[in-house]
Design a protein around this ligand. Sequence first.
Ligand SMILES: [Mn+2]
Length: 366
Amino acid sequence: MHFLHVADSHLGYSAYHKLNENGLNQREVDTYNSFKQFVDYAIASKPDMILHSGDLFDSVRPTNRAIKFAMEQIIRISENDIPMVIISGNHETPKMRETGSPLSFFEHLKNIYVVYKGKYEKIEIGDAMIHAIPHCFSKEELIKNIELAKKIDGYFNISMMHVGIFGIKEFSRGDFNEQIIPSGYLSPDFDYIALGHYHTATKVTENSYYSGSTEYFSFKEVGGRKGFYDIKMSDGIDINFMPLKTRSMIDFGSIDCNDLPPDEITEKIIKKFESGIEGKIIRIFLKNLNLAKHKSIDWNKIKKMASKSLHFEVGYDLKEIKYEMASKSRMASLEEEWRNYISSVPIERKKEIGELALKYLSEAKG
Ligand SMILES: [Mn+2]
């Protein structure tokens, strides 16, 4: 039995302001690129099956673009006669059952099994029995479903869950509707437990693994690998992590600003950029920085240097400055928002349209 374990592709996710040459959010496109790499690998390596352990989509109501992309890729898998099981994760599970699941679109495709109804389902694929446990509406229901999943002799028994784990070490993401179970529910009876939810590839117990996400979605994930597992099972089990090419995310750590004059802080920040920031998502943390000093830092110079990155973020620890920055970043003036937007989109007659809108804005204000 040869199979691939993947999870947390979060299709439809978007973030930051950077658009690509077609005017699409660059981070959204990044999630499509990494998932397509996975599907290309799957089709080339022809496994006996693919297991996707939840959060295929980033939300309960993905955009038409995200649905179209996912449909195209899952159809490629279906048409190559590779069975695929997808369980629902917390991100694509509605608060009310009546809302329905975006995974239901795939249930009409040959070879594709979607498990999203909050109930344990068994799926037989070749000599494997898949015990698929989707995201449930309550922890009680989840535990009941986990207890229903029992290994069946004569098969490779593989279970799938989208959960956080506590007990050995905590594996959680802090999402509002995540389900966290004690590690004791990871039964040693199964040949393999394909976990989803925690975004860094990790071995949790002897037989249970998180494959991690297919892209970076938060600075908490910096340093972790991104990819999926390629697994061969016979008498023993051979588990190989396959990395995907993703957007780079760098955390430059912190600078203690306590004894530093503003110009030195400026220089120290710019010095960090020398390691190469082009197209990357970068963050720096300024410790002990007060509001007065903040105002004297040469932010124009820093922003100019940082403009090669895809996104530049600054973190602070002192409360006064955190509040100030939060209230500032909420929204610039309408005119400023418009100028930023129009300068970033690839359209013709940019100057003319840009100025026309500013004229309308000032008329509306008047
Ligand atoms: Mn999740």
